[in-house]
Design a binder for this molecule. Structure first.
Ligand code: ADP
Length: 135
């Protein structure tokens, strides 16, 4: 079954100029780009997207990090794309991510971890709707 997931390339990815290399990994895994846009993630959109961490003590830092520059958003399509992209990324903490994963190769730490990918089919549907609207 074809699925879709939401990818956000974060400020560290853009500033380190590894956008091309990260996108290439998705292409090499056989996935297709269904939609793309450039957007600042701030205000209500940011608070909705990160509602699950809004009460954490580190949230102000995440907010400052994520609003550093406009971000790249993609809808990625393919077989089991939600789970397989999370595997390609590696765990949230880049320091704990194996080499060969995107976060292990390009990330810095638990916050500066290169990319967001939806964590379930349900959140993918919500996140795609949030950032790309109804199709
Ligand atoms: P993931 O992005 O892997 O699904 P979470 O949803 O738990 O992880 O967290 C959202 C984002 O918040 C992470 O990608 C990371 O940028 C940041 N973050 C998570 N935990 C921490 C932490 N302990 N300290 C700083 N930033 C964090």
């Amino acid at each position: 079954m074809e699925e879709e997931t939401l990818i956000i390339l974060k400020p560290d990815c853009i500033e380190k100029k590894c956008v091309g290399q990260v996108l290439e990994r998705f292409e090499r895994a056989g996935f297709c780009f269904a939609q793309a846009r450039v957007l600042r993630l701030e205000g209500t959109l940011l608070r909705e997207h990160y509602a699950h961490i809004a009460q954490k003590p580190f949230f102000p830092e995440v907010e400052a990090f994520m609003t550093r520059c406009p971000l790249l958003f993609f809808v990625l399509r393919g077989k089991n794309v939600v789970e397989r992209v999370r595997d390609l990324l590696g765990p949230t903490d880049s320091k704990k991510a194996d080499k060969g994963t995107i976060r292990g190769d390009f990330g810095t730490d638990v916050m500066h971890n290169i990319a967001h990918a939806s964590d379930s089919l349900e959140s993918a549907a919500l996140e795609i709707q949030r950032f790309f609207g109804k199709r």
